[in-house]
Design a protein around this ligand. Sequence first.
Ligand code: FAD
Length: 372
Amino acid sequence: MQDLTLALVVGGGPAGSSCAWKLASAGVRCLLIDKAEFPRDKICGGVLSSRAAELLTNSGMISTAELDRLTEKTHRTLSLWNRDELLSTYTSDNHPIRIISRMGFDNFLLEKAASSGTEVITGETVVSIDSSIIRTSSGRSIRYSFLVGADGCNSFVRKTCFGRSGRKTGIGLECFLPLSEVNMSDGLHIHFRYLPYGYIWAFPGREKICIGAGVVGSKVSPPDVASALKGFLETRGISASKYVMKAASIPSLSLHKSMGAGQIFLAGDAAGLVDQVSGEGIGHAIESGFLIADAIISGGDRKTMLIRANKGCFGTVRQSEFYRHLLFSRLTVRLAMRKLKESETFSRAYWNLISGSQSYNNMFLRLLTRSG
Ligand SMILES: Cc1cc2nc3c(=O)[nH]c(=O)nc-3n(C[C@H](O)[C@H](O)[C@H](O)COP(=O)(O)OP(=O)(O)OC[C@H]3O[C@@H](n4cnc5c(N)ncnc54)[C@H](O)[C@@H]3O)c2cc1C
């Protein structure tokens, strides 16, 4: 058995890599294990909010030039739709939203973690966790001082150490089409009301456009999500059967209140840190990874970590659990659509939310005081 005093990070997505990078950069002995061989793909719309971009560049994990190289396209324009009726098109002067390819982006972040001194093992699955020891699919046993579960929506660490992962009714389904196949104006497109508590998106990258459908905290079944997406494509003369549809679950109403306990921490999707309106999770994964690293560096200070998380990623997701009803519930959805159509204030507010430049509480207060 390897007998090391170390921080063991399970998962090499944005949460795990950012945590490991910060730990190793501070001189903490760190080992990261991922079951996949990298580069690996991740089902995702590829939207990187400006807040997520700033977290990466302000921390020094990656430079702006490196981020620019990873960016397929930068968007400033968002069109919001009530099914197929255009409500508004908003163009932002600041806080651009980037489209990245998860394959290259996640691989780059993992390389950054490795170059900061993290030992990285890929192609091995963590299969058991007992008091301070994990075992992997190759039979390796590793003793840890701190364990970080950054192992995604179906987190093994969370299930094993804290029981079931809460409600998991969220699902996303998407396909990538050549841009030439699609007749849509440039910019990001969000179509509400094809699905309750969810939307259909179209996010253009450099050569392809990601079109997908997602719901969180909704009773809609996966086949219903698939048929909504097929209907959307077919209305636009696109044969859905020509393209590979890939689905993945999205954490839904499953925040872990303390992001773990004792020496075990949960980051990113494993902690349920996905916005329940927009489905954004990359920025929250990175932020939680950094916060957990700081807690471990300071010897396990969970209290400060939670105070900071409440002001940041954790607070945002909790607010989104509340505000999603204003946008999606049967009682308010028509009013919300009307407001988005009538006033640019509302489409700007939506942009500010998805770019991460404004919190839900701030947005709501401003809307209340402005819209009268
Ligand atoms: C359809 C869809 C579209 C989305 N679009 C967006 C978007 O446009 N923008 C956005 O911000 N967010 C989006 N999200 C959410 C985003 O993808 C996640 O929030 C984000 O990937 C979370 O990062 P993470 O590091 O926590 O987990 P992940 O990126 O899922 O990484 C977890 C890692 O853990 C590894 N792992 C799992 N189990 C084990 C184990 N037992 N042992 C070892 N390794 C293990 C996996 O191989 C994986 O590499 C989308 C999600 C879906 C489903």
